[in-house]
Design a protein around this ligand. Sequence first.
Ligand SMILES: [Zn+2]
Length: 80
Amino acid sequence: MSDDSYPMHQCKRCGARTRTGSPCMAPAMRNGRCRMHGGASLSGRAHGRYKHGEFTKAAQEQRRRLRELLKLAKQFLDRA
Ligand SMILES: [Zn+2]
């Protein structure tokens, strides 16, 4: 595909309604909306910077519960 077969100025446009009532018309991303109107950013595995999941909310919560369990176990042993 050569460059002039799909000129940038003819790409899909964002259809979000602006404050003036007209469509946004900024260049759209794959979801059909422009960078301002694309909606919430991605999280978890879908996020572009996701590496190994070590710092996901679920993983951090899991470690927090494990620490709490260990703390209780140590307290229990100290009393015995
Ligand atoms: Zn837009």
